[in-house]
Design a protein around this ligand. Structure first.
Ligand SMILES: [Zn+2]
Length: 366
């Protein structure tokens, strides 16, 4: 009996009192079925009772210790296995840039300081694009990723920027510049391809300009490029429709206003002299998107009756309201299907021909 006194002591050390009492009750329920008896009393009574109960179930001190040891060993083994797994993860993240990048994406790494800004706006853009990409890395990208990783905590599992930006080395600078040199033509090619497919709307126009000016599209612009290009297609189609309507309208106006150009000028240069007068009156150039702004469509009041021409107040293309005076440098864009600004696929040549016929039929020398 005495040797079993150790059992409840051991249990009270390794678990809470509440649990021990609960266990005692449970054991007693089992025991009660065999031997019966009261089990409420002083705590000391419980312990004595439990020792008896343990005896009744055949538990010895060695059993108790062994059980405790097994649990301890299992915990130790689990901790060691976890540590080994963490070390293996670190090693994998250190040696495989793609894996590390995927991990950083999963952990939503954000830079809040000058870590990337020190590479300039374009360089920082390129690094963020690289960080957001899921494509396998090229050699240039791996080098640039090393530059980015130098701005991160030494422990790759931390997925955090260093507390302070790490000044870029010459190698970092070169790596980021090379990345920009690779990304820009890629973006230009993509913008060109989309412009070919959907026509160049204000978004693609702005992107193309930004790239031509030595910039780089940011992650958001880059990811939404096709979606924005599709949206632009409708705008471009409308712009083209306005252009053709204007040409027909200008033809009519020119006939009505031919007296505004002197006879000598008309004889020397033909209709174009009067066209220039009408263009100057009715067209504007949008300062924001660099598009020709056409006058609002005249409202039809009856067959062949048109409202007095109004001047445009807003750019249809980008809704900008800062408009500049007409500039004859845009004349070829106005009169010919512009080469650099491609049409959307749905605007068929037949539709254009129809409108052009209207324009041409009123022709002839003034
Ligand atoms: Zn505009």
């Amino acid at each position: 009996m005495e040797r079993h006194r150790f059992c409840p002591c051991l249990l009270f050390l390794t678990t809470t009192e509440t649990r021990a009492i609960s266990l005692l009750k449970t054991l007693n329920t089992l025991l009660d079925k065999r031997v019966g008896g009261s089990y409420y009393g002083r705590r000391r009574g419980y312990m004595d009772w439990f020792a008896t109960a343990a005896c009744a179930h055949g538990l010895t001190l060695i059993d108790c210790l062994n059980k405790a040891r097994v649990a301890y060993d299992a915990t130790r083994a689990k901790e060691e296995a976890e540590q080994r797994a963490r070390d293996a993860d670190r090693e994998r993240l250190r040696t495989k840039p793609e894996a590390r990048r995927a991990y950083l994406q999963e952990k939503h790494l954000r830079f809040h300081g000058e870590h990337l800004a020190q590479f300039g706006e374009v360089g920082a853009n390129a690094l963020l694009l690289l960080l957001a990409s899921t494509e396998p890395m090229s050699d240039v990208e791996r080098d640039a990723f090393s530059a980015l990783a130098r701005q991160l905590d030494d422990d790759p599992l931390e997925a955090e920027a260093t507390p302070e930006p790490v000044p870029q080395t010459w190698i970092d600078t070169e790596a980021v510049a090379s990345l920009v040199d690779v990304y820009r033509p890629q973006q230009q090619a993509r913008v060109h391809e989309l412009a070919h497919r959907y026509g160049e709307g204000p978004a693609l126009h702005r992107d193309r300009k930004q790239l031509a000016d030595g910039g780089l599209l940011g992650s958001y612009s880059w990811d939404s490029l096709e979606e924005r290009a599709k949206r632009d297609q409708d705008t471009r189609r409308e712009q083209e429709r306005l252009r053709l309507i204007y040409l027909a309208r200008r033809e009519r106006e020119a006939r009505q206003r031919k007296h505004e150009a002197g006879l000598a000028a008309r004889l020397a240069h033909g209709r174009s002299v009067v066209y220039a007068i009408v263009d100057n009156d009715e067209l504007r150039i949008c300062k924001r998107c660099d598009e020709v702004v056409y006058p609002p469509e005249p409202e039809r009041r009856g067959p062949g009756t048109y409202q007095t021409p109004r001047q445009p107040s807003r750019c249809h293309f980008c809704v900008g309201s800062e408009l500049a005076a007409w500039d004859s440098a845009y004349q070829s864009e106005l009169e010919y299907v512009p080469g650099k600004r491609l049409l959307g696929g749905d605007l068929t040549l037949a539709a254009i021909d129809g409108l052009m016929d209207d324009h041409e039929n009123g022709g002839g020398r003034l």
